[in-house]
Design a protein. Structure first.
Length: 333
């Protein structure tokens, strides 16, 4: 399997109503990328400090530098301790920000920005790093979603820290295996997606679970609709999101989803049996391991259908939902 076939990645960013009212542009920068050889996939969200003169410049430099480091130096960064990682990443970003500040004849503080980032490698290793507000959430291999990093506002909700602040507090983590997807956001939607106990709303949970099954175009549309809904609820700041997910975890996430939501999302029959869900679990596991496509004959054996038509009928809901597709005698995920 080619490395790039393991992961899905998408992002979405929209200017806030308050910025529109003030005649300001969106000051968030959100990026995703994948290394063409190693398959490492990363996502970054950076929110420029609204009170600073060059907030957007700061977020662009911060996001691009972090993405470059995660994609091109993942192995080396993974071996570092938490302090060494922070020193390496923040040192590189501050150097670039200082250089730009000098060219703009301003203080580096005028380019202040937050940093929310994560990366996944094909062998299951992952990294995440967080400075300032916004959140990092994950969906595990069993479909359980939770917040793993969130800034604690001691003074006020609009007070946070930035990459430009010396010895800034940060959250850092790494591991191997067990993660199906990462969700990164700026602070715009933070309080509409999370509870005070560190868990996410059911709506946010479903969003992260969906990222394992649906292509970037579908997820970007979901994020667009979600942002419109949050604006109706009173969200006024810039809203930025990034998602990266591992398709190899699809079977476990499928099992862990809310049964009613799973049924609606994948257009499954109302009287679906546990046996049918188990077969679909096996189908996802097979499809995720074979991005080159699974022949109908092989899918027939997995689903115990014996006929192509019965195989198609069992997978009709997934085909209708465009989670999988059938092309020239092969099923693709």
């Amino acid at each position: 399997m080619e490395n790039r076939e393991y992961f899905r990645a998408c992002s979405y960013c929209e200017v806030g109503e308050s910025h529109i009212g003030w005649g300001k542009p969106c000051e968030d920068t959100v990026l995703t990328g994948q290394h063409p050889e190693t398959g490492v996939t990363a996502a970054v969200v950076s929110d420029g400090a609204g009170s600073c003169s060059f907030a957007k410049v700061g977020s662009e430099i911060t996001a691009n530098a972090a993405l470059d480091l995660l994609l091109n130096q993942f192995d080396a960064l993974y071996e570092l301790s938490s302090p060494a990682f922070a020193e390496t990443v923040l040192g590189c970003i501050r150097s670039l920000l200082q250089e730009r500040a000098e060219s703009l004849e301003t203080d580096i503080a005028e380019l202040s920005a937050t940093l929310v980032c994560a990366a996944m490698a094909p062998d299951g290793r992952y990294l995440f790093f967080h400075v300032g507000d916004g959140i990092i959430a994950v969906c595990d291999e069993k479909g359980v979603c939770r917040v793993i990093s969130q800034y604690y506002h001691e003074i006020a909700r609009n007070f946070t820290t930035f990459v430009t602040i010396p010895d800034t507090p940060y959250n850092y983590g790494k591991g191997q295996g067990g993660i199906a997807a990462f969700l990164l956001t700026s602070d715009g939607s933070e309080y509409l997606m999370t509870f005070d106990d560190g868990w996410m709303t059911p709506q946010a949970d479903l969003l992260v679970q969906m990222s394992v099954f649906f292509p970037p175009e579908r997820m970007e549309d979901e994020l667009r609709q979600l942002t419109a809904y949050y604006k109706e609820l009173g969200m006024y700041d810039d809203a930025s999101y990034a998602l990266i997910s591992d398709k190899r975890c699809a079977a476990g996430v499928f099992d862990g989803m809310d049964p009613e939501l799973r049924q609606m999302l994948f257009y499954l029959p109302e009287k679906s049996t546990p046996h049918m869900f188990r077969q679909l679990h096996d189908a996802f596991a097979l499809l995720a391991e074979h991005p080159e496509g699974v022949p109908e004959s092989q899918m027939m054996r997995v689903l115990h259908t014996h006929k192509k038509w019965n195989t198609f009928r069992k997978l009709a809901g997934l085909l209708t939902a465009e989670t999988i597709r059938l092309h020239e005698g092969k099923y693709y995920f």
